[in-house]
Design a protein around this ligand. Structure first.
Ligand code: NAD
Length: 274
């Protein structure tokens, strides 16, 4: 039975909530504070930020201003591409922990920058050894990036956060990650809003008395994936969490399984230039 507090145990035993709030493109102002407040009220216990989102200070502030303790919230941040490399990453992490006002739980390599991500990983291993982080991982890594990284890593990545939604199901990569005890988190699970144009989901929405967004989010969870839908609208924040009172059956899951078009909203990790 899935509920809003459902978690996955990472390969090192650390519990990561499956469900959380993404805060990409939410400016660091009252909007962010209200969104996180609504999220905590609705039961969210994971916040996904990054140095590149420029809102780590607001994330830290919202957590301190909440009634929750630091330990009750799982916080992810990420090292940006221009900060990759061993020394650069250690410096970037210092900035992140100052911005937040505490160490994040999970720190990710945001994108697999060629020629750099292995040195970046060494810095993450070091930070993990020093006890700054309970978990370390990557984002936007294809299978070949993971194989390359793991070929000489001391610690295997615990998480891979990738673009994933009904139009980009990433089945082979998910299977590879599961075989290697790498937890997969889906970014842009709502296709940045384009999910509402996937007409085939409308029938399922009607069948379950749910919205298209809720069907897409529930489908990710039933695949065992983490999700971090983003919204700065408190009504949407609450609606995105109202996915624990229904279940997609095998036929529903298979139907969504047929909607894959290998269609990306963001860039292909083999071909990005930022
Ligand atoms: P998303 O798929 O979560 O969609 C967000 C969009 O959908 C927003 O425009 C929002 O207003 C709208 N929306 C959300 N809930 C809605 C609802 N109930 N009804 C109507 N509209 C709704 O897109 P995203 O922000 O790209 O991805 C989610 C999170 O994933 C980000 O905030 C970020 O934390 C993370 N992310 C990570 C990476 C990465 O490289 N690791 C890249 C992109 C995003």
């Amino acid at each position: 039975m899935l509920d809003i507090h459902s978690f996955r145990k990472l390969s090192n035993g650390v519990k990561i909530p499956l469900f959380g709030l993404g805060v990409y493109q939410i400016p660091d102002d009252s909007k962010l504070q209200h969104a996180i407040e609504a999220a905590f009220d609705a039961g969210y216990r994971k916040i996904d930020t990054a140095a590149m989102y420029r809102n780590e200070p607001g994330v830290g502030k919202a957590i301190r201003n909440s009634t929750l303790t630091r330990e009750e919230v799982f916080v992810t941040s990420k090292v940006w591409n221009s900060d990759q490399g061993y020394d650069e990453t250690l410096r970037a992490f210092e900035k992140t922990r100052k911005n937040l006002g505490f160490d994040p739980d999970l720190y990710l390599i945001h994108w697999p920058v060629k020629g750099k991500f292995k040195a970046t990983w060494k810095a993450l291993e070091e930070l993990y050894d020093q006890g700054h982080l309970t978990s370390i991982g990557v984002s936007n890594f294809h299978r070949h990036h993971l194989e390359d990284l793991m070929s000489n890593a001391r610690i295997a990545p615990m998480v891979n956060q990738i673009e994933l939604h009904p139009r980009l199901q990433q089945s082979d990569l998910v299977t590879f990650c599961q075989q290697h005890e790498i937890h997969v988190e889906a970014w842009s699970p709502l296709m940045r809003g384009e999910i509402f144009q996937v007409d085939e989901l409308a029938q399922l929405a009607e069948k379950h008395g749910k919205s298209i967004a809720q069907i897409a989010l529930r489908w990710c969870l039933q695949r065992g994936l983490g999700i971090i839908p983003k919204s700065d609208n408190p009504d949407h924040v609450r609606a995105n969490a109202a996915i624990f009172d229904f279940e997609l059956d095998d036929q529903d899951m298979a139907g969504i399984g047929r909607l894959d078009r290998h269609q990306r909203i963001g860039p292909d990790p083999d071909n990005f230039d930022f």
